[in-house]
Design a protein around this ligand. Structure first.
Ligand SMILES: [Zn+2]
Length: 260
């Protein structure tokens, strides 16, 4: 019986793995602003235009790779509200949400790339991080109880599952921003990259791991000049693509370990 159960579990895991095509990793790219909402405008560069160009280049790279499915919240210069962007990502059942923006600051010296993720945790983060580790055992026992068809327990554990899902999403978003940062750090000629936390609407309201990328400062004359060049936009897109590839590999490795 024990053997049978183990074997059934193995077969289910194999079926699940086989049923998920590699292309199922769905990324929604969100070019910020658009239409009457131009975003920042400096040095003759309109943020809405620049980020659409970069997003399109990332899309081009992702589309060539059959491991990814890619959608854009907007692919033209049009108005699109923040809730509509979130709704689009939710109805697309995206695995990842990547919002692309360009920065502006009163200090012209401000420069570099910034990656924002949303940390939903209350101030006492460390204890909650620890709690999430400790709760892993609870999650495992929930999985087992479902396998055993003891679904009556479901109501009791919904809140815990929801909490774990929220924490997992936050951890995945952090991992995504770290992967992006290390891609920049591995390129000595690249602009400096920083990870920050902020409650931007689009990365707060989406239920999947999400990042908001500020590709550079339009208020910094040197950076603005670079950002206006098609070659630099391509370089940015390639870095974002490489980071997404690397992030997906990490997710796949984690899932393979779970399935085994
Ligand atoms: Zn913006």
């Amino acid at each position: 019986m024990k053997f049978l159960r183990a074997k059934t579990a193995f077969i289910s895991a194999t079926l699940i793995a086989a049923a998920i095509p590699a292309s199922a990793f769905h990324i929604v790219l969100d070019a910020g602003h658009g239409g009457t909402d131009t975003g920042a405008v400096h040095s003759n560069i309109k943020e809405a235009d620049l980020v659409l160009k970069v997003a399109n280049k990332v899309k081009g790279l992702l589309e060539k790779d059959q491991n990814f499915q890619v959608s854009m919240t907007r692919n033209a210069d049009r108005n699109l509200g923040l809730p509509d962007r979130v709704k689009f990502a939710e109805t697309s059942k995206a695995d990842l949400f990547v919002s692309i923006h360009a920065n502006a600051a009163s200090d012209q010296r401000a420069k570099g790339v910034e990656f924002f993720f949303q940390n939903n945790l209350p101030p006492d983060e460390e204890s909650l991080f620890l709690a999430s580790q400790e709760n892993q055992a609870v999650l495992n026992s929930i999985k087992e109880s479902h396998e055993g068809d003891e679904l009556s327990k479901k109501g009791d554990v919904t809140a815990i599952v929801e909490d774990l899902r929220r924490q997992n999403r936050m951890m995945s978003s952090l991992r995504l921003t770290q992967t992006l940062t290390s891609t920049w750090e591995n390129d000595a000629s690249a602009a400096q990259a920083t990870i920050k936390q902020a409650p931007f609407y689009v990365i707060s309201k989406t239920s999947m791991p999400a990042v908001l990328i500020e590709v550079g400062f339009l208020t910094n004359p040197r950076e603005a000049k670079k950002l206006s060049s098609s070659e630099y936009q391509t370089d940015l897109a390639q870095k974002i693509y490489r980071a997404l590839l690397s992030y997906k590999e990490k997710v796949d490795n984690t899932e393979a370990k779970t399935l085994n």
